[in-house]
Design a protein around this ligand. Structure first.
Ligand code: NI
Length: 484
């Protein structure tokens, strides 16, 4: 039995160590470990809870808007307030602009080089030497689009900043709404940017994904995973404090063991059996869980906790959203949707759908109408829950506020903890994380060049910056790539 260690896995956001055992050229077991310590929520303890929106989005420079959104939704929930339509819409436009930027980043600048052979210069090297199969003209075009995508992403950030003030780490999202006031010039400026985004998505992004999927069609059967899916839902289309019940562009739901079900967030727990945290928080709900690190814990291999839904590992992200929404193009793939290419396809399709919806939303803004309602800190102990759909999937912030108006517990359960958390349970009751499950059973042609493994990981677009937040002070070796 051979063991492959990839540490760090490159072209993902943050730091992941992957270990697999291989027998007869097939992966028989896998361990995904986040190698930096999570701890940013501890900074929130004892602070004015309204600091959450600014502090928590520092978790990550790629997904800050999702954390700003969940952070503020948790505060709205705790204070029992709802933004007026302008505030709701502008929040949706900020989050949507970031999703467009992030999905283009993910496909072209993180994942594409597993399929597109760039010139033998940086940033196209170093790389795994994959089985590059694209016809020469398609490959050359994809390299051109890779470069063009850099400019498009800059413009997506500028588009976001019309409403958010800046990017990364937006300024305009506040309790009860936003601080940016719409006027016709901002609306038309936004529409101009959005038009360019849509042209890129329809004429470059989706065709490139389809061209890759055509010649790598075997990757529609690789990287299946747990086939349990979870969606908190996002982009509210109406007012209403009950996030699960109110109408949203992407509705909430779960798909579990082949059944579609309503989301019940009381079924969410966090497990730390194989994570470097003290076991006293094992199995607790997110509103009470306070991380207590235990770097010497026996058998632990990750700084990522493992969220579970009714004890089950759940995949989150574009595939989960589009499958739970029964998007006809994704559902038409059948079981092949649960695959590396299925995830890339779902991601590209949802970018197109969201951009089209944003065009309608921006035209619903009403200059001169309020963007925000006043707020007051609660006078009793209360837990606010903020759920949204980040680019990478379901993101929840749980925020317990004391009667004196201070943060007692803050807990962010992020998409990458769902997808890339370590196993839970033991013996026959072991439940491996979704990414571990997706990797097991994969054929690895050359253990010295395990491109198959990183293709599966990258299809889930993990963000370890979000999942685990502060570097360990120990002597961890970085930039090591060991193969046994
Ligand atoms: Ni992130």
């Amino acid at each position: 039995m051979a063991r492959i260690v990839v540490d760090p896995v490159t072209r993902v956001e943050g730091h992941l160590k992957l270990e697999v055992e291989i027998e007869g050229g097939v992966v028989v077991d896998a361990w995904t470990g986040g190698t930096l310590w999570r701890g940013i929520e501890l900074i929130m303890q004892g602070r004015d809870p309204r600091d959450a929106e600014q502090i928590m989005q520092r978790i990550c420079g790629v997904c800050p808007t999702a954390h700003a959104t969940s952070g503020i939704l948790a505060l709205d929930d705790a204070m029992g307030i709802e933004p007026p339509p302008n505030g709701r819409i502008i929040r949706n436009l900020i989050l949507g602009s970031n999703l467009i930027q992030s999905h283009i980043l993910h496909f072209f600048h993180l994942a594409a080089l597993d399929y597109v052979k760039g010139p033998d210069i940086a940033p196209f090297k170093p790389r795994y030497e994959a089985d590059y199969r694209l016809p020469a003209d398609v490959n050359a075009q994809a390299v051109d689009i890779y470069l063009e995508a850099l400019t498009i992403r800059r413009k997506a950030q500028e588009m976001l900043a019309i409403w958010g003030g800046r990017m990364p780490h937006v300024q305009a999202i506040v309790p009860g709404g936003v601080s940016e006031v719409p006027d016709t010039s901002k609306i038309y400026k936004f529409l101009n940017y959005l038009q360019e985004m849509q042209e890129f998505i329809e004429n470059k992004y989706i065709p490139t994904v389809k061209a890759v999927a055509d010649v790598y069609s075997d990757w529609l059967s690789i990287g299946t995973g747990c086939q349990n899916l979870l969606v908190y839902g996002g982009y509210p289309l109406e007012a209403g404090l009950d996030h699960v019940k109110k109408k949203k562009f992407w509705e909430s739901g779960v798909y579990i063991r082949g059944q579609y079900k309503e989301l019940d967030i009381s079924k969410i727990t966090e497990e730390v059996t194989y994570a470097w945290y003290k076991d006293d928080t094992n199995g607790t709900t997110p509103d009470v869980a306070v991380v207590s690190p235990d770097a010497d814990k026996k058998d632990a291999y990750s700084w990522i906790k493992s969220p579970r839904y009714n004890g089950e590992a759940m995949e989150v992200g574009p595939l989960a959203r589009q499958w739970v929404l029964k998007n006809p193009e994704v559902v038409a793939l059948g079981d092949k949707a649960f695959s590396v290419m299925g995830r890339h396809f779902a991601r590209a399709i949802e970018t197109s759908h969201l951009a089209a919806a944003m065009k309608e939303w921006v035209l619903q803004l009403e200059p001169g109408q309020p963007v925000c309602v006043p707020h007051e800190l609660p006078k009793k102990e209360v837990v606010g829950v903020g759920l949204c759909e980040g680019s990478r999937g379901a993101l929840g912030h749980w925020h317990r506020i004391s009667s004196g108006g201070r943060t007692m517990v803050y807990n962010a359960v992020v998409p990458t903890t769902w997808n890339s958390g370590p196993r839970t349970g033991s013996g026959a009751a072991t439940v491996r994380g979704p990414m571990e499950q997706a990797i097991i059973g994969t054929k690895v042609a050359d253990p010295n060049n395990p491109v198959e493994l990183v293709r599966i990981i990258r299809s889930m677009d993990p963000c370890y910056g979000c999942a685990i937040h502060i570097m360990t002070p120990d002597k961890k070796t970085m930039n090591q790539f060991a193969i046994n």
